[in-house]
Design a protein around this ligand. Structure first.
Ligand SMILES: *Cc1c(COP(=O)(O)O)cnc(C)c1O
Length: 385
């Protein structure tokens, strides 16, 4: 029996371990120098001006929606084919989640579906859009920006799947995921299945200085971080809480791990692309596979998703062989929590159809050739006997 092959997993090197141990021996476990270093390196990596490290990707989403000032009852559009956090952040602020269907070719939020919702809206209560770079494929944020500007909306780019990914804009320029050129804010996660793993962790990137400063305050209880901006001053000991924030800080040893991992990020992307290419070639002519589009430029391949005939049985067969392929995602609007707001089966047929067939095959830099061949052979055996 092969060792368990998950759909994704972290890669921790000896260098990573040393980086963490160094911090553990230092004076700063949190709020030390590594956080700023990681933020600066990450901002540079994605091509954004500012970065704010936080405790996880969900906290990043929450702070974004807070910083953008969403009020109870206001509406935000997102995709159902995402991890539930992309929608939940809207609820944290009392907003209403409006799910729009996906484009069945790209599996990304369909801009035409979003436009239709906005054009049919009579109340003018929409405030933002949260597109998700699902599986690592980067949304055409230039097109979304144009649409958002027409309706005076903000954009949060959920880039948890796409560090290092990019799309090509209408001028042929490469636009890296999270670079802040089109979205107001972007968020990343450093959960172990993501490209960069720090245990828990998240990052916000932006080019907007005002939002950046607001996020710094909100990350630390709403305590003003810019000492020039204090309203009162009682003396050397004085700190001032001006608004209601949270403790969503990242730790220094996590930042050291992140910095060390970031050095290998591009290498990891190359390996992910190789794995995607190999799956593509293996199933290029298979009648039981749908939705393979060849290796896509700028795709960060957090996941390699395809649609399989008889998917439910295939999952069981793969599990017996210790291959833990996974379904991404159960459409968020079908979760009992969202059904209470009136969402039901059949509301978003393209997302639901995708959900009935999709499967994420194992992709991670340390997946060996032998393991990948085992995955491919096992799938072929299931269909071809
Ligand atoms: C992982 C993930 C999140 C949440 O990140 P956490 O760090 O787990 O809180 C949000 N959105 C997407 C698309 C994700 O994949």
């Amino acid at each position: 029996m092969m060792n368990k092959i998950p759909y994704g997993r972290q890669h921790i090197s000896e260098e990573d371990i040393e980086a963490v141990v160094d911090v553990l021996k230092s004076d700063w476990l949190t709020q030390g120098p590594n956080i700023k270093l990681f933020e600066e390196a990450f901002a540079k990596y994605v091509g954004a001006k500012y970065a704010v490290a936080v405790s996880n990707g969900t906290a990043a989403l929450h702070l974004n929606v807070l910083a953008l000032g969403l009020q109870p009852g206001e509406k935000v559009i997102t995709t159902p084919i995402t991890f539930v956090a992309s929608a939940n952040c809207i609820r944290y602020c009392g907003g209403e989640v409006v799910f729009a269907d996906i484009d069945p070719e790209t599996y990304l939020l369909d801009i035409n579906a979003v436009r239709a919702i906005l054009e049919n809206d009579k109340e003018g209560n929409f405030k933002g859009i949260i597109p998700v770079n699902f599986a690592g494929r980067v949304v055409d944020l230039e097109a979304f920006r144009k649409l958002a500007d027409e309706f005076a909306l903000w954009i949060i780019e959920d880039a948890c799947h796409s560090p290092g990914g990019y799309f090509t804009d209408s001028h042929g320029e490469i636009q890296k995921s999270g670079n802040g050129n089109f979205a107001d804010l972007a968020i990343f996660s450093f959960h172990p299945v993501k490209h960069i793993a720090t245990g828990e962790g998240g990052m916000i990137t932006t080019n907007n200085e005002m939002l950046f400063k607001k996020l710094l305050n909100l990350r630390t209880h709403g305590i003003q971080q810019d000492f020039q901006k204090k309203i009162y001053d009682h003396g050397l000991w004085y700190y001032e809480m001006q608004e209601l924030g949270f403790n969503y800080r990242f730790t220094d040893f996590q930042a050291a791990l992140g910095l060390s991992q970031l050095k290998r990020a591009d290498q990891g992307l190359v390996r992910r692309k190789e794995i995607a290419q190999k799956y593509h070639d293996a199933f290029a002519n298979a009648a039981f596979v749908h939705g393979q589009s060849g290796v896509i430029e700028g795709h960060a391949y957090h996941l390699y998703v395809v649609e399989f005939e008889n998917r439910d049985k295939l999952i069981g067969y793969l599990r017996e062989k210790n291959i833990w392929a996974q379904v991404h995602y159960i459409p968020a609007h079908l979760m009992p929590y969202y059904r209470q707001f009136g969402w039901k089966d059949g509301d978003l047929p393209l997302s639901e159809n995708y959900y009935s067939k999709c499967l994420s095959l194992p992709v991670y830099p340390t997946l060996t050739e032998e393991e990948q061949e085992f995955v491919i052979d096992t799938i072929n055996k299931f269909y071809r006997g």
